[in-house]
Design a protein around this ligand. Sequence first.
Ligand code: G6D
Length: 330
Amino acid sequence: MAVINTYTLKNKNNFELEVSTIGATILGLKVPNKYGDFINVVVGLNSALDYISEDYLENKLYLGATVGRYAGRISKKELIIASKKYIIHHENNIHLHGGENGFDKKTWVVESIEEGATTSQITLSYLSKHLEEGYPGNLKIFVTYTLTDKNSLKITYRATTDKTTIVNLTNHSYFNLNGEGSILNHELLINSDFYLEVDENLVPSGKLNSVEKTRFDYKLKKRIKNINFKGLDDTFVLNKSKLKAEITSEKSGVKMKVYTNQPAIVAYTPKKFKNLPFKENVKYADYPAICFETQHFPDAPSNKHFPSTELNPSETYLNETTFEFSIVKE
Ligand code: G6D
């Protein structure tokens, strides 16, 4: 039975993760800064019910939410999957983040909660019925959030289907390693040699452009507020490095490393937040946060040369991402 509820998990170092069954959403993640004070590094609202308010929903922010069945944009309204035609939800000529009522708006079922002395984890599930938002196949999804004894948050998605379908899941947490203000003084590294070229509607053209000498080159760590920064809402094709991305804040001393088995990260830095009931009435400034949406390429169904996002009944979809926290050595 799916009920609206929130759960708080801790690890042996008092890292604290708050999860809601609405959208299997991360409401907050508290980690220590260099002074030993615990700060919330994931943008969240005061209560789970704030996430179903019209005020919030009309902003289409997906704060901390599980996004699917297909995260990102799909340009076509008509999908051909296993030689059959399916019509998916389309708005303003695009299908975004699973459609009108994607996974972020569903109430998930808590399958298990394990609170150990050193690590804790919670697993939630959702059954996306055949033709929900137009997608084929009854898709059963499990998401496990683990707070490890290595001070990491590990997010694992598994999914199986009874008909060939497409799947591309991600978590849409907005990170700010100061817990307030802006991320413009954070330093960012992304191990990516190519980014996806997009049109004015952020739909991929199919071209992979080199990051060399462009505003997308974060192969060497640099301050986000650099001369070329115009905001990010872009797909970075990850290279073979084990470490996929890293972000640090000199002010808080918090470092976050990102590891994933996914081929891409969509890095998104909204210009500003509308006035919402943020936790502890936190005040955010311009460029308040950055998302590291680890996932497949957007619009893969329309670009056969992109890695496939099709899932067959005999397969299990697996998306594993780890956000590892530490304190920057002075
Ligand atoms: C905007 O283009 C962006 C998306 O990438 C983001 O996920 C969403 O806002 C929250 O549509």
